[in-house]
Write a new protein. Structure first.
Length: 310
C-alpha cells in the first residue's frame, strides 16, 4: 500500500514547515511527504524541504489551478477569507493510495503515518475534539432546523488541519457538485472566524463518506491536541494529557499565532531548531516587551547559536 503525507505551504510559512518536518522525521525517516503549493510563492520552501527532508512538490499543478478557477467561478472572489486553503483537496488525486493531510502549524510526537491503520475499517479518519464545541466554525443551526444533518451526524464534524483518507474516494465532480450545493445555501455555514474550507469540506464528508472514524473514539480514549488546552504537561519535549494519562500524538496551534509567549512555545521552538544543518530561527521580540526583555531575548538567541555550533 502506497502511503504518504500531504502538506500545503508557501514561503511565508517556512519556519512552521521546518518544525513540522523536523517532528515527522524524528520519528519516521521513510514516509514520503508531498507539498501542495498554497500559491505561486513557494519555490524557496520547496527547495529547502526537498534538500533536508526529501519533500516533493505535488505533480499535477494543472489540477490545482483548475480547482482554484472552479472555486472562484462558483463562489466569486469575496466568499472565503482564504480560498487557497481549498488546494489541500488535491490530496484526493495525488500519488498516495492512502494519505494523511497535516497543517504546517502542527508538530507530531510519534510515527504519525501509523494512524492510517484505522483505514482498515473506515474510509476517512480525523483526530480531534471539534464536535465538543458544538457546530461553531462549521455550521449554523439552520442545518439542524432543515434536517440537512442529524444530531448524530454533526458529532462527526472535524478540524480541517489533520485528516486522512483514500485516493479517489472523492471525485473531481464530487468537489464541484459540493461547491455548487454550498454556494446555493450559504446560510448553512459558519464563516464568522474565517475558517474558509473547513465548513465546505465537512459538508462534503458528511454527505458523501459514510464510513468515518474519529481516532479520539478509539478504545481507551485518546489525548487532546489543541494548543489552546492549558493542562498538558511537558516532559522531554513531549506533551502529556493528564485527563486520559496518555502522551499527545500531535499538537495543533489552530487559531493561535505561533510566537514567543504563545501556548507551548518552547515545544514548537525545540522542533523548529532541531535540524543541525538549518540555521536557528531569529526569534522576534513581542511588541509589549520592555527594552530589558528584548535585550535578554537577544542574548539568549546568541547563546543558543553558540551552543549549537559547539
Amino acid at each position: 500500500m502506497n502511503r504518504g503525507i500531504y502538506i500545503i505551504a508557501n514561503d511565508k510559512v517556512i519556519d512552521q514547515a521546518i518544525a513540522l518536518l523536523n517532528s515527522i522525521r524524528l520519528y519516521d525517516v521513510n514516509t514520503p511527504v508531498v507539498m501542495i503549493p498554497y500559491d505561486d510563492n513557494y519555490h524557496h520552501i520547496a527547495d529547502l524541504l526537498n534538500t533536508y527532508y526529501g519533500v516533493q512538490v505535488y505533480a499535477d499543478l494543472d489540477f490545482i489551478e483548475r480547482l482554484s478557477q472552479k472555486l472562484h467561478a462558483t463562489f466569486g472572489g469575496q466568499f472565503f477569507a482564504r480560498p487557497n486553503q481549498f488546494r489541500k483537496q488535491a490530496c484526493w488525486f495525488g500519488k498516495f493510495d492512502e494519505f494523511l493531510y497535516i497543517d504546517t502549524d502542527i508538530v507530531v510526537f510519534e510515527k504519525i503515518i501509523d494512524n492510517l491503520n484505522h483505514l482498515r475499517h473506515s474510509d476517512f479518519i480525523c483526530c480531534d475534539y471539534q464536535h465538543l464545541g458544538g457546530i461553531k466554525n462549521v455550521f449554523n443551526p439552520q442545518v439542524l432546523k432543515e434536517q440537512v444533518f442529524t444530531e448524530t451526524e454533526i458529532k462527526d464534524i472535524f478540524n480541517g488541519g489533520f485528516w486522512g483518507s483514500k485516493k479517489n474516494l472523492i471525485s473531481e465532480e464530487d468537489l464541484y457538485t459540493t461547491f455548487a450545493e454550498c454556494a446555493n445555501h450559504p446560510e448553512y455555514f459558519d464563516f464568522s472566524e474565517k475558517t474558509s474550507d473547513q465548513p465546505i469540506i465537512n459538508y462534503m464528508l458528511l454527505k458523501r463518506v459514510p464510513r468515518r472514524f474519529n481516532i479520539i473514539r478509539r478504545e481507551g480514549k485518546a489525548p487532546g491536541n489543541w494548543a489552546g488546552t492549558p493542562h498538558f504537561q511537558t516532559h522531554n519535549h513531549l506533551l502529556f494529557d493528564t485527563t486520559v494519562n496518555q502522551s499527545l500524538q500531535y499538537l495543533h496551534w489552530a487559531g493561535i499565532r505561533i510566537q514567543p509567549g504563545c501556548p507551548y512555545w518552547e515545544i514548537w521552538e525545540y522542533y523548529r531548531n532541531l535540524h543541525p544543518a538549518i540555521p536557528l530561527m531569529d526569534i522576534p521580540a513581542t511588541a509589549n516587551k520592555t527594552l530589558w526583555e528584548r535585550n535578554l531575548a537577544s542574548i539568549k538567541n546568541k547563546l543558543r547559536r553558540l551552543n549549537t555550533s559547539l
